[in-house]
Ligand binder design. Structure first.
Ligand code: GDD
Ligand code: MN
Length: 362
């Protein structure tokens, strides 16, 4: 096998049917340019990694990284980028929606001095329609693109693209800095390094998905909004903290609804109702954080239960800290509102930091 000139990373979740197709198409498109293909699978139940390994046995150009207990597109791309051997690295979807015949064109751009080449659906000659069966998704994508360009500067016509190629240097730099938790790794890269890079674009037609289904859902949208705000603050506020705050806010409503229902409707005494409402809110907070904030390392089965118990314990300690700090500030003649708010913010930061280490430790 010749030393590869290009590493092609294929993040894949439940793409067993697409892997043989896309690998064949890539081989065809690359001709005799030496390359390697790295499939990054997150332990897909449909046996994606088995299929990729099988191909790799016959054709050593193909390798597979199988990650367990982890989920997430950005994280998968990063691990692929870190494992890549070649001096140039491409990321493309494994589901046949990206046009592999553009790879040689993108490669030529990098060889001509670009640091980053973006496959764009919105450039003249490109086409995004294959991705959108519903109008809402087309609108959503337009809105997200406009918002992203407003926030980070307009470095590209398609900051949400999942199809791009970069130099080894940029891949290394990006792999150690960008968020592992989202879906939009290119946006993250461009928003951090856009101003210092030579960026080129290549139009492509986003094809319809034939096999399998899209993993981009409501959750991905919420996570993306978190990433937008986080990048807007220059990374000062971590994405996870924002999501954690959002979930905490929802807990307020759970708490009030439970309290009013138990006390007002079922006649449970106030103190007992307040305790039960607190537990109800902690439980939904835990469940939502597990689904949203920590989706990429979600706790299941027994680990869900032990996680819930540690979450209760940490929140309990956080509440004690909250009350004692607020009381102390109040004694120092802070107004009740400010003292109470300061106590609540402190305990939110405490709960976030400690549950991140204890409940959802990596
Ligand atoms: N390893 C791994 N883990 N791969 C994943 C995961 C994951 O959690 N989630 C998705 N993938 C893989 C899919 O198997 C597919 O190869 C690729 O990432 C894209 O996922 P899709 O679910 O097909 O996304 P899409 O077609 O809806 O979105 C595409 O277009 C968007 C723009 O509208 C992607 O290219 C996005 O990156 C892009 O932003
Ligand atoms: Mn797709």
């Amino acid at each position: 096998m010749k030393a590869p000139k290009l590493s092609i990373i294929l993040p894949a979740y439940n793409e067993a049917k697409n892997i043989p197709l896309i690998v064949g198409k890539i081989a065809e498109a690359m001709g005799d340019v030496a390359h390697e293909v790295i499939v990054v699978d997150d332990d897909s139940p449909d046996g994606t990694s088995g299929v990729a390994r099988e191909i790799g046995l016959r054709d050593p150009v193909v390798r597979c990284i199988r990650r367990v207990n982890r989920r997430g597109l950005s994280g998968a791309c990063i691990e692929g980028m870190m494992a890549a051997q070649a001096p140039i690295v491409a990321v493309m979807d494994a589901d046949m929606q990206h046009d592999e015949t553009r790879l040689p064109v993108m490669l030529a751009e990098i060889e001509g001095g670009a640091d980053l080449v973006i496959g764009s659906r919105y450039l003249d000659g490109g086409d995004a329609s294959g991705g959108f069966h519903e109008n809402t998704r087309a609108r959503g994508s337009e809105l997200a693109t406009a918002l992203a360009n407003r926030i980070t500067g307009a470095y590209t016509t398609d900051p949400m693209s999942g199809f791009f190629m970069m130099t080894r240097d940029l891949a290394d730099k990006a792999a150690t800095t960008v968020s592992r938790d989202g879906f939009k790794i290119l946006f993250d890269i461009v928003s951090r390094y856009g101003s210092e890079l030579t960026i080129r674009e290549v139009p492509f037609r986003f094809r319809e998905r034939v096999e399998g289904e899209s993993k981009l859902g409501f959750l991905v949208t919420v996570q993306f909004l978190g990433l937008l705000v986080s990048r807007y603050t220059g990374g000062l506020i971590p994405v996870k903290f924002l999501l954690y705050g959002l979930v905490g806010f929802s807990g307020l409503f759970v708490h009030m609804a439970t309290l009013l229902a138990l006390n007002g409707f079922f006649g449970v005494g106030f103190a007992a109702a307040q305790v039960l409402a607190t537990f109800a809110a902690m439980t939904t907070n835990f469940a939502f954080n597990n689904e949203v904030t920590y989706a990429h390392r979600k706790l299941t089965g027994r680990r869900f239960l032990t996680g819930l118990l540690t979450f209760y314990a940490v929140c309990g300690i956080g509440a004690l800290a909250n009350v004692s700090i607020a009381v102390r500030l109040f004694e120092w003649d802070w107004s009740a509102g400010v003292a109470g708010f300061a106590g609540a913010v402190m305990s939110a930061v405490f709960n976030y930091a400690v549950t991140k280490l204890v409940t959802w430790r990596d």
